[in-house]
Write a protein that binds this ligand. Sequence first.
Ligand code: HEM
Ligand SMILES: *[C@@H]1O[C@H](CO)[C@@H](O)[C@H](O)[C@H]1NC(C)=O
Ligand SMILES: *[C@@H]1O[C@H](CO)[C@@H](O)[C@H](O)[C@H]1NC(C)=O
Ligand SMILES: *[C@@H]1O[C@H](CO)[C@@H](O)[C@H](O)[C@H]1NC(C)=O
Ligand SMILES: *[C@@H]1O[C@H](CO)[C@@H](O)[C@H](O)[C@H]1NC(C)=O
Ligand SMILES: *[C@@H]1O[C@H](CO)[C@@H](O)[C@H](O)[C@H]1NC(C)=O
Ligand SMILES: *[C@@H]1O[C@H](CO)[C@@H](O)[C@H](O)[C@H]1NC(C)=O
Ligand SMILES: CC(=O)N[C@H]1CO[C@H](CO)[C@@H](O)[C@@H]1O
Length: 328
Amino acid sequence: MRASFNLGIVLFSVLAFLGSSHADLVMNFYAKSCPKAEEIVLDFVKQHIPNAPSLAAPLIRMHFHDCFVRGCDASVLLNFTTASGNQTEKAAIPNLTLRGFDFIDRVKSLVEAECPGIVSCADIIALVARDSIVTTGGPSWRVPTGRRDGLISNATEALNNIPAPTSNFSTLQTDFANKGLDLKDLVLLSGAHTIGIAHCPAFSNRLYNFTGVGDEDPALDSEYAANLKARKCTTAGDNTTIVEMDPGSFRTFDLSYYKLLLERRGLFQSDAALTTSSTTKAYVTQLLEGTLQDFYAEFALAMEKMGRVEVKTGSVGEIRKHCAAVNS
Ligand code: HEM
Ligand SMILES: *[C@@H]1O[C@H](CO)[C@@H](O)[C@H](O)[C@H]1NC(C)=O
Ligand SMILES: *[C@@H]1O[C@H](CO)[C@@H](O)[C@H](O)[C@H]1NC(C)=O
Ligand SMILES: *[C@@H]1O[C@H](CO)[C@@H](O)[C@H](O)[C@H]1NC(C)=O
Ligand SMILES: *[C@@H]1O[C@H](CO)[C@@H](O)[C@H](O)[C@H]1NC(C)=O
Ligand SMILES: *[C@@H]1O[C@H](CO)[C@@H](O)[C@H](O)[C@H]1NC(C)=O
Ligand SMILES: *[C@@H]1O[C@H](CO)[C@@H](O)[C@H](O)[C@H]1NC(C)=O
Ligand SMILES: CC(=O)N[C@H]1CO[C@H](CO)[C@@H](O)[C@@H]1O
């Protein structure tokens, strides 16, 4: 009995060791090292997001931007310029409209107070993104943890890896494939544009001078374009006006984003591009034929997959003390 018990422990340890050399993310990674970590994150989100529900959108977007540059390693959070003067991801154009950095910092300080130096900023972004979406009534997904924080943040890499709103289908396909994400993931993850807002420069080329002859993008519904020009982005140079990406239900995580795509009312060229490939258009149609719960279930799988992109685990990277700076 005793011998077999010991043998069990040995076997278990060997398996655990082999497992850790794979260093995959696991559910509830902090169960022993910081058992309250995930609860602290959730409590903070539940306490603050109901008063600021529009933050859920930039927080899930932050997770996306983080994962697409050097993997989900919180490189997106590093302060503007490093000691050596390098520009970080925050300085890159796609990041100019990110919000929610303070929110992450506040969660981090609560978690640090509970267990210093244990919980990574990368995991905090992933958990906050999920909990914020759930708290605003959207889908949930599994967030395995154990990500470690990166040491490098580079503005040029953000530009090279984060797809632009002017991207066509083949560029999007390549950008996602580079992160191990397929066309289904592209369609599902783009569905996050069912919530949130955009600033005019992300799409005003479609309204003004699309091909250099003062024209609109023919792929954009002309009535919608006229409306945007009359009421929202009234000049080609408007940098500040914001537009709901899924007008009418921009706070509701529903299927109407996909409905709009088929009505040629996707806001960005990158949204419209999903209907230019028969493969992705078929996925869009399929989602619209299914239920909201079907969409949520598929979205959940795609988010979990995105959350695993090029993660650093084991002894790679570090656990930052402050999310905005690498440890000194
Ligand atoms: C497929 C390629 C994608 C492109 C080209 C793209 C581009 C953009 C752009 C340009 C904005 C507007 C920023 C602004 O002007 O304020 C935006 C907003 C947003 N994006 Fe994406 N995005 C993509 C994929 C994703 C993914 C994968 C997610 C998350 C899973 C996501 C979530 C969001 C959300 C929630 C917003 C609204 C942010 C807010 O309300 O502040 N996007 N995106
Ligand atoms: C800043 O740039 C220098 C020179 O390229 C590089 O050695 C250093 O690692 C960079 N620092 C960061 C934090 O990216
Ligand atoms: C940032 O990334 C670009 C593109 O990969 C690279 O050319 C550049 O040297 C990097 N900058 C620093 C400071 O490492
Ligand atoms: C898509 O955009 C890329 C980058 O701008 C361009 O090189 C490529 O020719 C475009 N593809 C199509 C099919 O238009
Ligand atoms: C449209 O773009 C073309 C080519 O860049 C430029 O010559 C023209 O002045 C622009 N027209 C307007 C109305 O901005
Ligand atoms: C919009 O932003 C650009 C670049 O930051 C700036 O050059 C331009 O003057 C701004 N336009 C307006 C109308 O504020
Ligand atoms: C980030 O930069 C700001 C402003 O330069 C500075 O006040 C803050 O202390 C920095 N944060 C960290 C963690 O270094
Ligand atoms: C959130 C953030 O850091 N935004 C910055 C993006 O870059 C511009 C300048 O390039 C800054 O003014 C913003 O504060």
